[in-house]
Design a protein around this ligand. Structure first.
Ligand code: 6PG
Length: 251
């Protein structure tokens, strides 16, 4: 594990250990928020790597370590598809985690992939503010994956949204995917108490190295722009994803 300012990089020998420890970290951060403030505002990422961690988190032994009635669940991004579509991040989280835990449905805030994305993003912004009520709008934990092009959430290289700091959620068209997305912005992500990147597999080794070794944030690699203002940035990766890092995981 290496520490740079508030950045922690943890490398795990096997995918099983990675998934277990990532699930345990989500439990730790969630319970810390509940201890400190009575509630936890948690944003889930999409992607295959996070999905495997959610499935682990939803198992009998682990899920009962969280009082889900104190959790308010959000999403870091969503594809422009109905929640029943296999591409839906909400649909994936419902199958792997939400259906396994007793979180009140009114505390699950999905981005509506089935409606006009610009309207969905505006609605989501309002829904975030309503959910936080009088509280400071600050997620306790934002989970993120990272794409091989350096995107995170649905903030893709070369899109204008990399500059967005005022809005908490925005819609964007992603030319390389030829599709619309709704995503949290860096305005929301970098205000979190903890941001946790989850990455695994050899195919992520090059991008993990580029991001971790970047001397400064760059719009070409949006994941480098995840810099919590007053929070912890944690990377949890398996050895394959860490295989291009110098020993110790640091830059
Ligand atoms: C999405 C995600 C995206 C994802 C990364 C990594 O909606 O696709 O939010 O940011 O986390 O692309 O996905 P994998 O873990 O499947 O590689």
């Amino acid at each position: 594990m290496s520490m740079e300012s508030h950045r922690v990089i943890e490398v795990f020998k096997t995918i099983e250990e990675f998934e277990q420890k990532a699930a345990e970290e989500i439990i730790r951060a969630t319970n810390q928020a509940i201890r400190d403030r009575g509630v936890c505002f948690l944003a889930l990422s999409g992607g295959e790597t996070p999905r495997r961690v959610y499935r682990r988190l939803g198992t009998e032994h682990l899920k009962n370590q969280v009082n889900w009635k104190c959790v308010y669940l959000f999403f870091s991004d969503e594809r422009s598809v109905p929640q029943t579509d296999p591409q839906s991040n909400f649909g994936m989280a419902r199958l792997s985690l939400i259906s396994q835990v007793d979180i009140p449905q009114e505390q699950v805030h999905r981005m509506k992939g089935e409606i006009n994305p610009t309207v969905a993003a505006e609605e989501y912004e309002r829904e975030i503010h309503e959910a936080f009520g009088e509280r400071q709008v600050r997620f306790d934990l934002v989970l993120l994956g990272v794409g091989e092009d350096g995107h995170t959430a649905s903030i893709f290289p070369g899109t204008s949204i990399v500059k967005e700091k005022r809005a908490l959620a925005r819609a964007l068209f992603v030319p390389r995917l030829n599709s619309w997305r709704v995503t949290l912005t860096f305005g929301a992500i970098n205000n979190a108490r903890e941001v946790l990147f989850l990455a695994s597999g050899k195919q992520k080794a090059a991008i993990v190295r580029c991001i971790v070794s970047a001397s400064e944030p760059t719009e070409e690699l949006p994941a480098t722009m995840v810099q919590p203002v007053d929070g912890t940035l944690r990377w949890m990766i398996d050895e394959e994803a860490a295989s291009e890092l110098k020993s110790g995981g640091g830059s």
